[in-house]
Unconditional design. Sequence first.
Length: 397
Amino acid sequence: MTDLLIVGGGAAGLAAAACAQQLGDTVMVLERMDRVGKKLLATGNGRCNIMNLRKPVYPSGGDFARQVLRAMPPASQIRFWRSIGLFLREEAEGRVYPCTGQAATVLDVLRLAVPESCIRTGQTVSGLEYRQGAWHVYTEEGDHAARRVLLAGGGAAQKALGSDGSCVRLLRDRGYPASPLRPALTQLKTALEPIRGLDGIRVRAGVRVLAGGRCIHQEHGEVLFTSYGLSGVCILQCSAYADCPGSEISLHLYEGLGLSESELTEELLMRAEKQPEHLLSGMLPLRVAQAVLRQAMPEKKRIDRHCVRDIVQVMGDFRIPVKGLQGLDHAQVTRGGIDPSCFDPDTMQSRTEPGLYAAGEMLDVDGDCGGFNLMFATAGGLLAAKCGRKAPWEENT
């Protein structure tokens, strides 16, 4: 009988397997895809943003995530990674990457830490039950018995990389409450008329999410206009808040100019003799300037003081109605899943079924861009593997 059977060969599952190996447990990892770590390789644009040292930011499941990270903080995770040979470096905004700058390095050290004989790929789990003093996991291969089972199969984002929601279904079938699986950290589909002709253009802007005209979230950064709407890291951060009927995105387009509203007004009044198409030259990309003028002065051909006032107002509040989110296949992570309160944040063990654990994206926890989701997944995998014990890399803490 295996000590720890892990369903899912992603970050949480492989970290758990490596830690369990260090503690002397027998381990088996069942992975649905033809190889482990496919989604890990795509993380951070192939650089693998492994964690973040800033204050944790989790729009959904934040209280649970913070409890997990108190039990397995970034400093402890860094010691784990170092124990299996991975060197890390901190970059801007608290983001931590492998020193090589390559996600493949992270997968390499994990695979070296987990013997190949412990990993079985191409395994679809069809059932899970506890009987005769052991947990039994059923696949096409048959029945695998284990003292403990960790479900770490991910959510439903980017199915092509391995996450299909099957672990969520396994627990839901056992009576665990679950919320619908929805995309998070994804692009926005918007009304197209306000951004006509802007496909492929990038601007730095303040970004607000408006619901009923009230600001419910704001970000700053680079916005990418696309054929379907908006993209860019700050837009992905806004997607969790913009997923409601009637929401709008408001772009503050002169934020980066270093001008106040009155200073911008004065500057434009001095330029008032110019043709409208040249009024914002040097301030905004030409096509963005044209979009601003379409919204601010759709019929007027001459620039007067009233036009300048309207142009300044639109530059500071360029409205784009949101029509929806790009689907799960485009999302970085999943929102929704199993209610995390069903599990102990100190061990990731089920509160009602001893020996059953869950970690990572299958739980209803999602964080901002910047390594927060991978950090939560790794923390959960390590806590489940430790099962209340002290790992070798914790001996001096």
